[in-house]
Design a binder for this molecule. Structure first.
Ligand code: PGA
Length: 238
């Protein structure tokens, strides 16, 4: 089953969240798609409630704090996410990496795993960086002392592509997914789930999603308009 994940970033409102998921609930979602919505903290509980009966749909946060509880003003922990029925969190997005070290990202993933929550771990190079070197470093540091890839999805998101209207070439994506797969086979003896993100839109959605080496896609801007987005994830109109 292909993963189609959406990252709303810092967009939306409570009313908009209701309209979005109520509209989606009225549609028939493709059976071959696993949907993951990474949405702002304040809308999580409502989204969990509204999507309870939609099969293959998961609600993720866009971040998590690495400690379970304590004096961390303004932070949200994995145990809090678990308590409201959230399924996982997006971790290490490039828009957050400026202020987050790989060590912190590693602690966040461990904290999600402790609560049996899932992780989408974002990895990707900036322009002029060596993708292989950056990606292997990011994976090995972020997964330090983590023994299995269970509940971990890699989102390959080249930083230069995010928000740019220019997705990476299929050959580049394939090359990176081979690098990640080789690394994971050697280190974990398992096959990683790898999704691609960065300027996925209506023109390249199907081509990227259909790539055999990929488990799916991560979509930013194009996921915000549920009327357009739903045409790609729902098979029929009611
Ligand atoms: P974009 O964002 O689809 O708007 O490029 C993707 C992301 O940052 O996850």
């Amino acid at each position: 089953m292909k993963i189609v994940s959406a990252n709303w970033k810092m967009n939306g409102s409570l009313e908009g969240t209701r309209n979005y998921f109520e509209y989606l609930s009225s549609k028939k979602i493709d059976k071959d798609k696993r949907l993951i919505f990474c949405i702002p903290y304040v809308f999580l509980q409502e989204a969990v409630h509204l999507t309870k009966y939609i099969p293959n749909l998961e609600i993720f946060s866009q971040n998590v704090h690495h400690e379970d509880s304590g004096s961390f003003t303004g932070e949200i922990s994995a145990s809090m996410l678990k308590s409201i029925g959230v399924n996982g969190a997006l971790v290490g997005h490039s828009e957050r990496r400026n202020t987050e070290s790989s060590d912190i990202i590693n602690k966040k993933i461990k904290s999600l795993l402790r609560y049996n929550l899932k992780t989408i771990l974002c990895i990707g190079e900036s322009k002029n960086e060596d993708p292989k070197k950056v990606i292997i470093n990011q994976i090995s540091e972020s997964l330090k002392d983590i023994k299995s890839l269970h509940n971990i999805i890699f989102a390959y998101e080249p930083v230069w592509s995010i928000g740019s209207d220019s997705a990476a070439d299929i050959s580049h994506i394939k090359n990176i997914s081979d690098i990640v797969s080789d690394y994971c086979h050697k280190k974990y003896d398992s096959c990683p789930e790898i999704i691609y993100g960065g300027s996925v839109n209506e023109t390249n959605f199907n081509e990227i999603l259909l790539q055999e080496d990929l488990s799916g896609i991560l979509i930013g801007r194009f996921s915000l308009d549920i009327y357009k987005f739903s045409r790609f994830i729902c098979s029929e109109k009611f």
